[in-house]
Design a binder for this molecule. Sequence first.
Ligand code: SF4
Length: 306
Amino acid sequence: MKELYNSFNSFLKKKFNNQKVKKIPINAGFPCPNKNGKISRKGCIFCDTYGSGPIKTFELPVAEQINRFIGNRKDFKYIAYYQAHTNTNAPVEELRKKYEIIFDFKEIVGLFIGTRPDSIADEVYPLLEELNGKTYLTVELGLQSIHAKSHELLNRNHTYSQFLETYEKLKNRHIDVVVHLIVGIPGESPADMLETIKEMNRLKPSGIKFHLMHVLKHTPLFDMYEKGEIKLMDKDEYVEVMIHLLEHLDPAIVIHRLTGERDKEIFHAPLWALNKHDVIHSIRSRMKELNSFQGKYFVNNSSQGE
Ligand code: SF4
């Protein structure tokens, strides 16, 4: 049966011969320049104090975080995901030291590095290239949208041109890139979101992680939401928009995530998003009803259908 979308799970199964692979979220202690004052002290309006990383193990040394996650589950393979804050924001030798910890764990088969598009210094690329030759490396770049008005609202403090420059440098070194996008940014219409998707079709990253715009506690977005300054999508709206975007997306691009996902302790709204399985189930059921699939309206040139 044709897959509804090109899921990360199916991709991993093919890549690792059906071996079960899990991602280990890691906080390696690299700071975010959008929070530590190098660029800004405010951070992105949606960002929590843990910088999207693990909230229970964040203070432990990296090796201990890995050990705790793996525990007795030695039959799985793992991808180390340097997730919290900006994981290329340190001198190159410090980066090397922390990345190379993964080679002490034979169960780890890949390294994913999450970072900002403006935070990979020129001297870091040779290190990334070297690691790419030793393991399955992916750099996850936070973009959220191609639109400057959205970057401004979110207080991203980088531009789309900076993203393009970094993206090209990584692609020229044959390093896989996964792009993070937010669906439902206040002020963005479905047409705006589709423009971002069309740019992804042009660039062809290895994967996309879709995040639902959601509100976490102790964030500037929380205050804006409580004051009624922004509106979030309801579940039906999200399902319809996600399907529309998937239908226009190149089917070769792997979907790493279809919705937002964060620990209950710090989550605020919308509450329906806490039930991730239900959101995914709703998207899948509706796609079946509509005979929909990823790439339904994708045309492999600059002009696209519908
Ligand atoms: S989302 Fe990323 S770039 Fe934005 S403040 Fe948080 S860690 Fe920094």
